[in-house]
Design a protein around this ligand. Sequence first.
Ligand SMILES: O=C(O)CCC(=O)C(=O)O
Ligand SMILES: [Fe+2]
Length: 487
Amino acid sequence: MNRGRARNDGRDSAPRGRGRSSRSAGRSAHRHSPAGDDGFSSNASFGNKDGRSRPGWQTSPQVSVGNISKQFDHISTSDSPNQRDRHFTGTKDISSGLGKLKLEENSLEAVTPGSTELNCMHVSVSVCASLSAQSDLRDKDLNIWKPKTRQMIDAEMETGSSLSLDCLPAIDNARTRNEPSLVSGSGIKCTPSKKGSQFEPTPQKKNADHLHPGISGSVAVRVPFDICPVKTGKVVMLKAPLLVQNRMKRNEAKRQIEGQNIKVLRSGMLLLKSYISLPDQIKIVKKCRDLGIGFGGFYDPSYRDGGKLHLKMMCLGKNWDPETSTYGDQRPIDGANPPLIPGEFCQLVKGAIQVSHSFLREQSKMPSVEHVLPSMSPSICIVNFYTKTGQLGLHQDKDETAESLKRKLPVVSFSIGDSAKFLFSDKRDPDNADKEVLESGDVLIFGGESRLIFHGVASILADTAPKGLMDETNMLPGRLNLTFREY
Ligand SMILES: O=C(O)CCC(=O)C(=O)O
Ligand SMILES: [Fe+2]
C-alpha cells in the first residue's frame, strides 16, 4: 500500500522503499467466509428478511467471572440486538499467584483466589495476559463452545501481573478459525493489587508467546481501542451542541434527498454516493467495533522509522504491515491472525461492483465493462479509524500480488461516520490533487486505469456524521474507513 506518512499539514513524506510481498495469493482466499454464505441478498441489506439479525452477528453467550460475577456491572442481554449491551465492565485485583479458568459452553469463569477489590470500569483486552497456560489454549478453545463441553484450564497467574480475558462475541470466529477462542468482544481485566506492579497494560510485545502453550511469563497486551465505548448509567454523556445536532440532521436529510447516485471520477474510478444504507452502516460499525476490541483489533500502526500513522488500524483476512509494507498471515506486533472478513462485507463489495458495471454498461452501451473495471473478490480488508484529527498522506495501494495489480483489480472503499476530504492524483502532489468529499455511506472504487492512483485523506470534517448513526452506535467522533482488495 505504501502509504506516505501524513504530516500535520496533510502532505506526504517522501515515498518509502518497499518490497512487494511475493506470497502466493491462495493462502488467504479460503480464510474469509465465502460471500453469499452468510451474506445478504442483492438489495444489500444486512438483516434477514424479517428484519432480525443473523445469528452470526449476534452470538451472545453469558459470561461470568467466578464468585464475583454478581458484582460486575453486567448488562449482558443474550437476545439483545444491541452489541453494546453485551458487555460487562470491571477490574479485579489479584493478590495471590494462582488462578483457574473454567470454561464451559456459553460461560466462562475465572476463579482467582485472593481477590480483594473490584472497581467498575470498562476494559476489554486481547486473549490472556500474564498467563502461563498449562494446557494448549489454542486446541482446547476450539472445543470449548461445543454443546455440553466443559473444560477446566489451569492457569498460573503471576502475582503482580495481569490477567485479561476476552470472550465475547467472536466465538463464531473461534469455531471457524484455528486461534484462541477468547478473541473479540468484551472482557474482564484483572489487575494486580501488589504495590509497584503494573496497573497499566503492558506494552506490546513483538512476538506471539501468548499463543504457545507452556510458555510462562508476562505476556503483552494490546490496549484495545473501542470505537463505540459503552454508555453506562454512571457516565454523563454530554449532548452535542444544538448547532452541531442541527448540522448532522441537515446532512442526513440532504443525503436522503440526493439519494444514491454514481459519479465517474476517472476511468476505473467511481464514487457511489450513499450506497450503504444507514442500517447497514450501523451494522458495519458495530461489527468493526466488536472486531476492533478483540484480538487482532485496532492498534496504533507505525512506520519502520517509528513514526505513527494518524489513524487506528486493523486488518481482516490478511495483515498489512506498515513497517514493511507487506502482507502476511500474522500481525508482527502481537502475532494476531487477522479476523475473517465478514461475509456481509464481501456481499456489499460485490454488489457495489455489480452496480458500477450496470452503470458503465448503460453509459458506454458496451456489453462488457470488465476491462474498465474488473470484478474482484475481496480477501483483504484494511479498517481505519480516523479521529477528528486523523489523516493519511498521498500513497498508492500497491502491496497486493503482482497478479492482482496486473489485472488492475479494484480497491473498494467504504466511508462511514464523519466526512473526509479525500485527495487523488496521478502524482504525489497534494497541492494539485483532485478533491472529493467522501460522506458516510459512500463507496469509492478505483481499479482499471486508476488502480495505482495516489490517494489520501487530507482531513476529517468534524460533526458531519449522520445523527442516526451516532445515536445508534455511540461511535466516537470520527470516520471509519474500510478498504477491500483482492490479494
Ligand atoms: O480512508 C480512506 O478513504 C483511504 C484509506 C486508504 O487509502 C488505505 O487504507 O489505503
Ligand atoms: Fe490506500
